[in-house]
Every structure is written in structure tokens, then in C-alpha cells.
Design a protein around this ligand. Structure first.
Ligand SMILES: [Zn+2]
Length: 182
């Protein structure tokens, strides 16, 4: 059972810091941080998490896409922990879609992200991994990667009118669903 770990909320200084690279992937301390992150992801309806969100300004993120009430259309995948990740867009093509953040509860916003990216990271065994990501999973990665640069998704909003309350977001989803089944 996970301890009661608090998720850092917008305004916390750690969310605005540039995270430092991990030097020793085998350190027990790092193992603890990763375990906490995975616990939170399995307990919450989040689909990704970055270490600064639990107060550690280190370059570690987890992508754990799964369909939840927060993201009903998310693909199901095993969580991937990425240490010192970097990425390149594979095309300049971007698409806009809704994002939310466990550190910024209650709201959603339309955010442009690269549709197809290539990611390099170190895994928990110290192996360098290269992975191509597209669509929703590429979006989650770019959202979490921003956290490692001291950014949050609201920094990428193009127009304040693209920000809506979560209540309205769920209404929108229900509407889309009823249209699909009409
Ligand atoms: Zn976030």
C-alpha cells in the first residue's frame, strides 16, 4: 500500500525548477522515488508522472497510459519509467488535444504537441533505450518531459479560451460519446 505522498501543486517551487540528470541509476534512493511514482500512478487516474511532482527535482518520468475516467480514450500499456529522457520530433506535425495534470486539479486545456517523436532514455537497469511514440502516448511523454524543464502544460496554451473546467470537460466527453453512438 502506498504511503500518503502528496503531489506538488502549481505554485510549488519544485515544479518550476530544471530537474538534474540522474547519475546513478542503481541508487536505492532513486529506486524509492520510482516506486512512489508507480504507486501513485496505479492509485490515481493519472497517465503519467514526473519526479518533480512528488518533490524530487531529478530527470525521471513515468508514462503509464490506461483508460480511466480522467482519460477514457487512453490506450492501455505497461508503465514505462524513463531516466534522463530526451526526444526529437519525427515530423513537425502537431495536433491539439485535451490535457490535465495531477499538479493542477480541476481544469483541462487544449495543447498542441508533436504527433510523432523519438525518445532516448535510460531504463531502470541502466540500459539506453530508443522508442518511437505517437499520438496520446507521445503527448503524455511531452507533458511529463516539460515537468523536467520546470514547465507545466498551461505554459503552452495558445489561447486562454482553450482552458476549461474539468466539469465542463466531462460534459464534452459525454456529448462526444452520445454523438458517436447516435
Ligand atoms: Zn503534469
Amino acid at each position: 500500500m502506498s504511503k500518503n505522498i502528496e503531489i506538488e501543486q502549481l505554485g510549488a517551487a519544485v515544479l518550476r525548477m530544471t530537474a538534474v540528470p540522474v547519475e546513478n541509476v542503481k541508487s536505492p534512493k532513486l529506486g524509492e522515488v520510482i516506486e512512489e511514482m508507480l504507486d501513485i500512478l496505479s492509485d490515481s487516474k493519472g497517465v503519467g508522472l514526473a519526479a518533480p511532482q512528488i518533490g524530487h527535482s531529478i530527470q525521471v518520468l513515468a508514462v503509464a497510459s490506461k483508460p480511466t475516467s480522467r482519460y477514457p480514450n487512453a490506450p492501455l500499456m505497461e508503465p514505462i519509467v524513463m531516466i534522463n529522457p530526451v526526444f526529437q520530433p519525427l515530423t513537425q506535425e502537431q495536433e491539439r488535444d485535451w490535457e490535465g495534470c495531477l499538479s493542477i486539479p480541476g481544469i483541462r486545456a487544449l495543447i498542441p504537441r508533436y504527433r510523432k517523436i523519438i525518445v532516448d532514455y535510460t531504463d531502470m537497469t541502466g540500459t539506453l533505450v530508443t522508442l518511437e511514440l505517437t499520438g496520446f502516448v507521445a503527448r503524455v511523454f511531452q507533458h511529463e518531459y516539460d515537468h523536467l524543464q520546470g514547465m507545466v502544460y498551461l505554459d503552452r496554451v495558445e489561447n486562454n479560451r482553450d482552458i476549461i473546467s474539468e466539469t465542463e470537460f466531462f460534459k464534452l466527453l459525454a456529448l462526444q460519446k452520445s454523438l458517436l453512438h447516435a
